[in-house]
Design a protein around this ligand. Structure first.
Ligand code: GLV
Ligand code: MN
Ligand code: MN
Length: 417
């Protein structure tokens, strides 16, 4: 199937079109922040809907959690479908391609099929997942969670920093905001051939090897937690250093310990991405510190050992410093090895378009690791420029690589029989 070379340019333009929408406080600085169900998020959903309609999908809709779903029918109505897509929310001050590329490439593929009036023996369902990053609410993968039947009912009453509950945010966005409605969008795996996801690599490997594409072998396991240390606030001038119960210093020591522990393993990582002294003052010893922990490893047992060592040592640090340590796990995702059959299809597809077949694992989390719980999945990575930097506005791809990824996706379709 021939893809016009301009397809990569289209994908770059569509990415810019989506990136016009960002949240107040960020948009003024030219920064991209799109978190769950904010006006910018709803604007991106509307753009995706329009892009799918323009591309010639047979059905385009927005579901109960804000996923934008496009269906391109197969040549028979009862044919099973290939499920694909990625997320359209972003981290704060993120890049333009993380997630979105995996929605835009299959849109380009369907556009090409539709323009040729070509029907395949199976349908294609493209999902723009509304939430993957866990930013506004501590409900990471809530969109894929709804599709896989693992949407946590307690999420609906969770509140954002402005005190708005998720159910309220949904209703304001015109969604039902009820568990009953969310439960109806759970997918029946029998109706699908499998799930494939295209994603920017978000790491330095493909860029370093000068390879445009990589076939993913497995996605690393992860755990996220919110943590709190509670000490005793006191006068910064009068309290001797030996008498302090400084909550922030305990958190700082825990952060450094987590770094050291992760460095002991091949492939483990631990990050404190947020740390605050709520209501702190320049002349007050911190009485409380809140921070996050994100811990990942290539396998579940390695991740579990990492997490249990870090939590045990955090308690020991807190005890020594006479502060309390509270730990609340907010996300746990298992490692997701690619389905061998789907991985092989990606490998053949990459080879068919004349590119070297290179395999790598994913340090980042993806919607695919959630879809993995109900159906076979495999991912294709696209090279990021700037040494693969991501979760950063420096994230970049080339139009040429977007074209190659689209061609690989089309070649994948030919591998399905
Ligand atoms: C998603 O971007 C992640 O945190 O891996
Ligand atoms: Mn991301
Ligand atoms: Mn992503």
């Amino acid at each position: 199937m021939a893809v016009l070379q301009e397809v990569g340019q289209d994908i770059m333009q569509w990415s810019e079109r989506l990136a016009q929408h960002s949240e107040p406080g960020w948009v003024e600085k030219g920064q991209l922040t799109v978190t769950y169900l904010t006006p910018a998020h709803l604007a991106v959903a509307a753009e995706l809907k329009a892009l799918m309609q323009e591309a010639g999908f047979d059905e385009v809709s927005v579901d109960a959690v804000g996923n934008v779903v496009g269906v391109y029918h197969g040549d028979t109505t009862d044919a099973a479908s290939l499920l694909t897509g990625s997320h359209y929310d972003t981290v704060r001050n993120g890049g333009k391609y993380d997630g979105r590329l995996g929605i835009l490439i299959p849109i380009a593929v369907v556009k090409s099929l539709s323009s040729q009036k070509r029907r395949l023996p199976y349908g294609i369902e493209v999902v723009g997942f509304s939430e993957e990053e866990g930013q506004r609410f501590r409900a990471t993968f809530l969109a894929a969670g709804a599709l896989t039947g693992s949407f946590d009912p307690e999420w609906l009453s969770q509140r954002d920093v402005d005190g708005i509950s998720m159910a309220e945010a949904m209703k304001t966005a015109g969604l039902p905001g009820t568990l009953a409605a969310i439960q109806t969008i759970k997918r029946d795996p029998q109706k699908y051939l499998g799930f494939v996801e295209v994603h920017i690599e978000q790491g330095p490997v493909l860029c370093g090897k000068e390879l445009p594409l990589g076939v993913v072998t497995s996605i690393n396991a992860g755990v996220r937690a919110t943590c709190k240390t509670i000490g005793l606030a006191g006068h910064a001038g009068t309290t001797p250093m030996s008498m302090r119960q400084d909550a922030m210093l305990a958190a700082a020591e825990i952060s450094l310990m987590a770094e050291q522990r992760a460095r002991l393993d091949e492939g483990s990582v631990a990050t404190v991405g947020q740390i605050q002294v709520p209501g702190g003052s320049i002349n007050v010893i911190p009485g409380e510190c809140v921070f996050t922990l994100d811990m990942r490893a290539p396998t579940d047992p390695q991740r579990d050992a990492l997490v249990s060592n870090i939590v045990k040592e955090a308690h020991a640090i807190a005890n020594r410093r006479q502060v309390q340590f509270e730990y609340t796990e907010v996300m746990r995702a298992s490692a997701a090895p690619s389905d061998p059959g789907w991985q092989l299809r990606w490998e053949r597809a990459v080879a068919k378009i004349g590119q070297p077949v290179f395999k790598l694992n994913s340090g980042a989390g993806h919607d695919a690791m959630k879809m993995h719980t109900i159906m076979p999945q495999a991912m294709l990575f696209v090279r990021g420029g700037n040494r693969g930097i991501s979760h950063n506005p420096l994230e970049i791809i080339t139009a040429q690589d977007a074209t190659l990824a689209t061609q690989a996706f089309e070649a994948l379709l030919d591998e399905i029989n």
